[in-house]
Design a protein around this ligand. Sequence first.
Ligand SMILES: C[S@@+](CC[C@H](N)C(=O)[O-])C[C@H]1O[C@@H](n2cnc3c(N)ncnc32)[C@H](O)[C@@H]1O
Length: 215
Amino acid sequence: MQYILQTSVYPREHEQLKALREETMHHRWAVMSVPPDEGRLLSLLLKLMNAKKTIEVGVFTGYSLLTTALALPKDGKITAIDIDKSNYETIGRKYAQRAGVEDKIEFIESEALSVLDKLVLELKEDELFDFAFVDADKANYTNYHERLLKLVRIGGVIMYDNTLWGGSVLAPANSKVDRETDGIIRINKQLAVDPRIEISQVCIGDGVTICMRIA
Ligand SMILES: C[S@@+](CC[C@H](N)C(=O)[O-])C[C@H]1O[C@@H](n2cnc3c(N)ncnc32)[C@H](O)[C@@H]1O
């Protein structure tokens, strides 16, 4: 792991991402931040797809958000949703400003499900997102999935974070697990058989599942 970080991740990490990561390290919930090797994967995927319009559920201090903002073209737009904007305001926002990408970000401070429901009603076919990154409230992943399949265009990508959930997905069937673990186990089972998507579950960070909408 150190080898990967030292060899191919840190040398390519934008200086403002590095500064954000270093400040976030002192936060008591630092573990919530997307790790930099996963950030590289996110960035590469966005560039491969020529993504322009993206949505993110779960911002915290904004490592995945700033990664996305840096990967999108100048006229790219990100709708970022978090129930609590304070960590972005006090920590992340200044790095987005310094990197010159703040104008790409529209931040909506709200619980996510109602925002997604509103977008489902409002967005027209030609306004759909190219890409979605989901990293909040694991118990609702299956609910987010149904909304995002209406909000992301065919050929677009939905990326779910934490789909290995520290290995707790290996809990024996029918054993008692908390609602977040249960949410991850349910989304993993659903994604595995969902005919509307192609998927690859990747062992990076805490596990990510990359889904391409095909129907
Ligand atoms: C794991 S952190 C996101 C980490 C972020 N992607 C990063 O790279 O730093 C999860 C975030 O989801 C937010 N959150 C939790 N429940 C939520 C909900 N129901 N709707 C929207 N945001 C929520 C939390 O406030 C927290 O900032």
